[in-house]
Design a protein around this ligand. Structure first.
Ligand SMILES: Nc1ncnc2c1ncn2[C@@H]1O[C@H](COP(=O)(O)OP(=O)(O)O)[C@@H](O)[C@H]1O
Ligand SMILES: [Mg+2]
Length: 269
């Protein structure tokens, strides 16, 4: 498989009122086409900063970030983005939000085709009935479904997701994880996904690889392969001994050696 994303020795410094704050320090990372990777680390370790660089909103202070071998210079429709919240335009209905993404990504698409595509993806996330509603009339989980529908309907090669289920309650988070996995697994052309989370169980369930970052400034601490076969089914996976072992090791790695913040039900705070 070819390298879709290459991050080489990436350092990002924020300078505020003359004070330098290094958010990322020499991060190197390669993501193969079609791979699903999670980036995990404590709050403030530079995860969102890394995503902003991949999105093209923030230039590296040192090093480089490439997509298909080409340095990133700005945002582009080949990268769909889903944030923790506020991903949707509040003045547009769910359908209009998805349509907006489609028109960005597929210039010249006819109105009819765009609408069919929008409704196809709203259907996939179970929200066709809510297509005419504005975000303020959708729950947080529903809003994130729309955001996922938009990102997938754009048919971007790459999905960048920054704690997309972080603000969703536990039950809906589980449902959304399964939905994302199912959609990702069934896409004809499998997307390359960079998924940011501070939830280790979420990372294990979804990913091919987990990148653990150190506390601030973020550096790659571990690059761990997640070999569980796909398709994955939560009950099957999480009930298995091999999962328990993997999880225990990952937690030990994360909390043990590095004297990290306390564990709280799988969530790092
Ligand atoms: N726009 C900014 N200006 C200055 N400092 C920032 C900015 N964004 C983030 N930071 C700082 O960079 C570090 C990493 O932040 P961030 O990437 O948001 O971490 P995470 O997403 O892992 O919580 C933090 O110390 C944060 O305060
Ligand atoms: Mg963040």
């Amino acid at each position: 498989m070819t390298n879709k994303i290459e991050i080489k020795n990436l350092t990002v410094n924020y300078v505020e009122r003359g004070v330098n704050n290094t958010a990322l320090d020499g991060v190197s990372l390669t993501v193969k086409e079609g791979q699903f990777i999670s980036i995990v680390g404590s709050s403030g370790c530079g995860k969102s900063t890394l995503l902003s660089v991949l999105e093209g909103l923030l230039p590296p202070s040192e090093g480089e970030a490439l997509i298909d071998g080409v340095p990133i210079t700005g945002p582009g429709p080949e990268r769909g983005v889903v944030f923790q919240q506020y991903s949707l335009f509040p003045w547009m209905t769910a359908r209009a939000n998805v349509l907006f993404g489609i028109r960005q990504a597929k210039r010249g698409i006819s109105h009819k085709d765009a609408r069919l595509l929008a409704d196809e993806y709203l259907g996939k996330v179970g929200l066709l009935d809510a297509a005419g509603r504005y975000p303020s009339r959708l729950s947080g989980g529903m809003q994130q479904r729309v955001a996922i529908a938009r990102a997938l309907a754009m048919d971007s090669d790459i999905l960048l997701m920054d704690e997309p289920f972080g603000a969703v309650d536990a039950k809906n988070r589980t449902i959304l994880q399964e939905l994302l996995l199912e959609l990702w697994q069934n896409e004809a052309e499998r997307k390359t996904v960079v998924f940011i989370t501070h939830d280790l169980d979420e990372a294990i369930f979804l990913s091919d690889r987990i990148i653990l970052l150190t506390d601030s400034p973020g550096r790659v601490y571990r690059d761990i392969k997640v070999d569980f076969p796909r398709p994955r089914y939560r009950d099957e996976l999480m009930g298995s001994l091999i999962y328990d072992d993997f999880r225990r090791e990952l937690f030990a790695d994360f909390f043990g050696d590095k004297n990290r913040a306390a564990e709280n039900d799988g969530v790092i705070i």
